[in-house]
Design a protein around this ligand. Structure first.
Ligand SMILES: Nc1nc2c(ncn2[C@@H]2O[C@H](COP(=O)(O)OP(=O)(O)OP(=O)(O)O)[C@@H](O)[C@H]2O)c(=O)[nH]1
Ligand SMILES: [Mg+2]
Length: 262
């Protein structure tokens, strides 16, 4: 898997007329890249911020995030790429901000925010490959040019934004769970964050009552029958990878309350 670099991102931005940043609306704070946004501004490109996966949060929450980010001076829309909600309006917005015609819009964002899904929704058909697991088949591997309509092209990119932000973001965003040598600690940190905002998330996803992150991983391993061969202890590593994967797939429900950000 090719590692993202700021230089590669700058090249991608330079080559496009419009930049579409796809953010996960469940957690815009940790899935936005302010540095990529500043880069687009510095290169004098039109920037549209897309809050994707809006089907996973209440509409009032989506509206609040939209207003907060608009208040920072950006063009913002919330959509659900997979349910095709808001995508027609997004298509109109991108066309409206495009400085020339024909034009190309580069879609950037962290892995798994739904960049390829947004492109497929705008095109009304598949073409950009999608998958829930970073680094697995379906993961966008190379830059791909796709036609939306005559004169309107989209550039799909792999996760070209280098991962910033604190731990566990760096681990969860940038790498496939299979590749992590220690998935347990990042999974525990992720569980802690999820439970802070939705105390019922683990119960709803797995039917597990535990509240302590490590106990949750043990319970999940037991439930699935994952044990070490040697001593029959629960295989927490496998449970941890599952939690990270299920978070990407939205099986574990939570969202960051916009009020907290203000
Ligand atoms: N619930 C929900 N899931 C979505 C939405 N958009 C994308 N997904 C899911 O999120 C996962 C990642 O989607 P992709 O479109 O592959 O994301 P990507 O940003 O292109 O991923 P990479 O190319 O690997 O960086 C898939 O399982 C999608 O089905 C959405 O609007 N709502
Ligand atoms: Mg993709």
């Amino acid at each position: 898997m090719e590692l993202a670099s700021w230089r590669m991102l700058a090249r991608t931005i330079k080559n496009a007329d419009v930049i579409v940043e796809v953010v996960d609306i469940r957690d815009p704070v940790h899935t936005r890249s302010r540095r990529a946004e500043r880069m687009a501004e510095a290169l004098d490109k039109e920037l549209v911020i897309v809050l994707n996966k809006a089907d996973l949060v209440p509409r009032s929450v989506a509206e609040k995030w939209k207003r907060i980010i608009e208040g920072q001076g950006y063009e913002v829309m919330y959509v659900s790429a997979t349910r095709r909600l808001g995508t027609r309006m997004l298509r109109g917005l991108i066309k409206a901000v495009a400085p020339i015609k024909p034009f190309s819009a580069a879609v950037i964002g962290y892995p798994k925010t739904g960049k390829s899904s947004v492109i497929n929704a705008l095109r009304g058909r598949k073409g950009a490959s999608t998958s829930p697991i970073p680094g697995s088949p379906g993961y966008t591997k190379a830059i791909q040019l796709l036609k939306v309509e005559p004169g309107f092209y989209m550039i799909d990119t792999p996760g070209v934004i280098p991962v910033e932000g604190g731990w566990p973001e760096a681990v969860i965003r940038g790498r496939s769970p299979e590749e992590l040598s220690d998935p347990v600690r990042p999974a525990m940190a992720l569980l802690e964050r999820i439970l802070r905002y939705n105390p019922r998330a683990v119960l709803e996803a797995y039917g597990i009552e535990e509240r302590d992150p490590y106990a949750i991983l043990e319970a999940l391993a037991r439930k699935r029958g994952w044990f070490y061969k040697k001593d029959k202890e629960p295989l927490v590593e496998e449970a941890a990878r599952t939690v990270i994967r299920d978070y990407h797939k939205s099986k574990i429900r939570f969202y960051l309350p916009p009020e907290e950000y203000l």
